[in-house]
Design a protein around this ligand. Structure first.
Ligand code: IPM
Ligand code: MN
Length: 380
C-alpha cells in the first residue's frame, strides 16, 4: 500500500477548523482507494511565534524536507502580530525555501455555486491561473533612504541564481522608499513552460500572458520575449498578451474567453482574488504552491479570518478542494476527482452549506456530509 507523508501546518484563526475537515475527507478517500496518509502536524503560526519567537526556521524546513512528501496549510495571520510578519516569515519563506515556483489557481464555477455575473454559467467560468510564485516584487528587496547620500547593499539568493545590488543613493528634498522587482530568464521560462504544458495537457487552444509592459517595460518586455520564445515549442496553442488592468475588465465581461492564464507574481495575486469571486467567493477558491520536482504546499487562497476563529462556522470547501489538488499532485487522480465531484454535488444539493453560501451548517457538518457523498459516488 502506498503511504503519502504529509506535513500539516494548521496555522492561525480558522486554520485548524478548516484543515480538520480536509483531513476528514482525505482520510475517507484514502480508505476507499487503498492508500495511506501519515499526517505530521507542525505548530507554526501566531501562538508558536509568540511563545518561541520562531516563525519557521531552516531546521524545521529541512526537517519537513527530509520527512514529508508535501505540505497542507490552513491559513496564517493574527491580529496580535503586525501584518506581514507571519505572511513573510512563514508563508513566503516556505514557498521560497522549497522553490515552489508555480502557484496554481483553478477558477472554476461549480454547478450550483452562486456567480455574481449575470448570465454566466459553469461552462463560461472554467480556466486556470498559473501565477509565478518566487520573483517579481515578491523578492522582498528595497529600503528607505533619508535625504542625503547613502550606500545600500541588497541581495537575493536563490537556488536558480543570486543577485546583488550595490546602490549609491543620493536624495534631495525628501526621504524615499523603493522596492525592486526582479524577473529572471530561468525563473520566467520555467513557469511559462509549465503553463504551456498545462494548456496542452488540458486541450486548451489559447494561453493568455498577463503583464503591464506598457509602463513597467523593463521587466515585462523581458517577460513577453520569454513568452514569445517559449511559444515556438507549442505551435498548436495560440498565445496573446493582456495588460493586467484590462484583464480585470475582461474577466468580468467575457470570462469564457480564458483557458490558461500565466502571470507574474504580484498581478497573479491580485487577479486571483477577482477570480475567486467569479467562482462563488473566497470560500470556494483553492490554490497549490507547486515545485514539480520537490515539495509542494496546498492551501485555500483566503486568509485566517480571525473573527471567526473557533466558532465552527467558517467554510472549509476551499481547503478541502486544495486537499484534492494535493492528492492530484501526489498521483492520486481518482481520489482527487472524487473529492471535487463530491464538493460539486454538495454545492448543487444546497442543503448543507455554511453561512457565507447562504446556509446554516457548521464547518464540521460540511466534512461529515462530504464523507457521505464521497461514499455514495464511489459506490455508483
Ligand atoms: C496569497 C496571499 C499571499 C500572497 C500573502 C498572504 C503573502 O495573498 O496567497 O494570495 O500575497 O501571495
Ligand atoms: Mn492573495
Amino acid at each position: 500500500m502506498t503511504t503519502h507523508k504529509i506535513a500539516v501546518i494548521e496555522g492561525d484563526g480558522i486554520g485548524p477548523e478548516i484543515i480538520r475537515e480536509g483531513i476528514k475527507v482525505i482520510d475517507k478517500v484514502s480508505e476507499l482507494h487503498n492508500f495511506e496518509i501519515k499526517w505530521t502536524k507542525y505548530p507554526h503560526g501566531a501562538d508558536h511565534y509568540l511563545k518561541t519567537k520562531e516563525l519557521i526556521s531552516e531546521d524545521t524546513l529541512n526537517n519537513i524536507k527530509s520527512t514529508a512528501d508535501t505540505i497542507y496549510l490552513g491559513a496564517l495571520g493574527d491580529p496580535r502580530i503586525q501584518p506581514g510578519i507571519l505572511e513573510k516569515g512563514i508563508l513566503l519563506k516556505t514557498r521560497f525555501f522549497f522553490d515552489q515556483y508555480i502557484n496554481l489557481r483553478p477558477i472554476k464555477l461549480l454547478e450550483g455555486a452562486d456567480c455574481p455575473l449575470k448570465n454566466k454559467t459553469p461552462k463560461d467560468i472554467d480556466f486556470t491561473v498559473i501565477r509565478e510564485n518566487t520573483e517579481d516584487f515578491y523578492i522582498g528587496i528595497g529600503n528607505r533612504a533619508k535625504a542625503g547620500t547613502t550606500k545600500q547593499e541588497l541581495e537575493v539568493i536563490r537556488s536558480l541564481y543570486s543577485v546583488k545590488f550595490s546602490l549609491d543613493i543620493e536624495t534631495e528634498g525628501s526621504e524615499i522608499a523603493y522596492q525592486i522587482g526582479v524577473l529572471s530568464q530561468k525563473g520566467s521560462e520555467r513557469v511559462i513552460r509549465y503553463a504551456f504544458e498545462h494548456a496542452k495537457k488540458h486541450n486548451h487552444t489559447r494561453l493568455t500572458a498577463v503583464d503591464k509592459a506598457n509602463v513597467l517595460s523593463h521587466v515585462y518586455n523581458f517577460w513577453r520575449e520569454i513568452v514569445e520564445k517559449t511559444s515556438q515549442d507549442y505551435p498548436n496553442i495560440e498565445h496573446e498578451f493582456n495588460y493586467v488592468d484590462a484583464i480585470t475588465m475582461w474577466f468580468i465581461k467575457t470570462p469564457e474567453h480564458y483557458q490558461t492564464v500565466v502571470t507574474p507574481n504580484m498581478f497573479g495575486d491580485i487577479i486571483t482574488d477577482l477570480g475567486a469571486m467569479l467562482q462563488g467567493g473566497l470560500g470556494l477558491a483553492p490554490g497549490g504552491n507547486i515545485n514539480p520536482n520537490g515539495i509542494s504546499m496546498f492551501e485555500p487562497i483566503h486568509g485566517s479570518a480571525p473573527k471567526y476563529k473557533g466558532l465552527n462556522i467558517a467554510n472549509p470547501l476551499a481547503t478541502i478542494w486544495a486537499g484534492a489538488m494535493m492528492l492530484n499532485e501526489l498521483g492520486e487522480q481518482k481520489s482527487s476527482n472524487l473529492i471535487v465531484n463530491s464538493i460539486e454535488q454538495l454545492v448543487k444539493q444546497k442543503k448543507i452549506l455554511t453561512k457565507d453560501m447562504g446556509g446554516s451548517a457548521k464547518t464540521s457538518d460540511i466534512g461529515d456530509e462530504l464523507v457521505k457523498i464521497v461514499d455514495k459516488i464511489n459506490n455508483k
